[in-house]
Design a protein around this ligand. Structure first.
Ligand code: ZN
Length: 245
């Protein structure tokens, strides 16, 4: 039976890195995959570019095409950046949730993915995705909510390997995401690793631009077997199952 799965993300590139394999797998198994992005990511790497939001919107559309999405929607909020002083992180939760709920209702979504309560590594827009997503699913009566996260143990092991190719700081990841025993679903996406890699590569501004640590770029340098080891599983926490209305 074909299901409709809505993947809710904060910024362009989050969909590829966190859930790209799951999206590719579901689409290829005949399910309807919809991508909803809260912001255009205009405060990401290469933020000096005045057209970054427009460019990243195009990159997200390309990534979604590669993954096999049937529909892409942007909620149109401003990227808050890491300080979170304005933008999506400070937006009215009820209002944003209502807009997402409308889409969930229209799509008759069977599944919504959001983020864990800490927003993974604590980006204020990611925390807001958790809040907005939880409320939207409740409003729309979406039966399943999966919080996209990362198994912390696997992440640190993978990043130590990735660091052999390119040095970057491990500290931000030591308390990030979710402990292994809280994960409810581990999705094997190794067969779709090449699709996930292509979707990640579609976000060119985040791999070639910017001055700070380029995690995406570091991951893309991994040879195929290592890429599969580091990015061949995607993790979710199903907090509660709501009754369909
Ligand atoms: Zn993000």
């Amino acid at each position: 039976m074909s299901r409709t799965c809505v993947f809710f993300h904060a910024h362009p590139d989050d969909e590829a890195l966190l859930t790209g394999g799951t999206m590719a797998r579901l689409a290829r198994e005949g399910h309807r995959v919809v991508l909803v992005v809260a912001t255009a990511g205009e405060r990401g790497l290469s933020a000096a570019r005045t057209d970054l939001g427009a460019v990243r919107t195009r990159e997200a559309h390309e990534s979604a095409r590669v993954l096999g999405c049937a529909r892409v929607e942007f909620l149109g909020y401003r990227d808050s950046g890491l300080d979170g002083r304005r933008g999506f992180a400070r937006a009215d939760v009820a209002e944003a949730a209502e807009r997402l709920a409308e889409l969930l209702h229209e799509e008759r979504a069977d599944l919504l993915t959001t983020y864990d309560p800490a927003g993974g590594y604590g980006h204020p827009d990611h925390v807001q995705v958790h809040r907005v997503g939880a409320l939207a699913a409740e409003l729309a009566g979406t039966p399943r909510v999966w919080e996209a996260t990362v198994d912390r143990t696997s992440l640190l092991r993978g990043l130590r390997v990735a660091r052999l190719a390119r040095r970057f700081d491990l500290d931000p990841f030591r308390h990030a995401f979710t402990a292994r025993d809280e994960i409810t679903h581990s999705v094997d996406v190794r067969r779709y690793a090449h699709v996930k890699r292509a979707a990640m590569a579609a976000h060119a501004t985040q791999t070639t631009g910017g001055e700070s640590t380029r995690t995406l770029a570091a991951l893309l340098t991994l040879p195929s077997p290592l890429f599969k080891l580091v990015l061949g599983t995607e993790w979710y926490v199903e907090r509660k199952r709501l009754r369909a209305r």
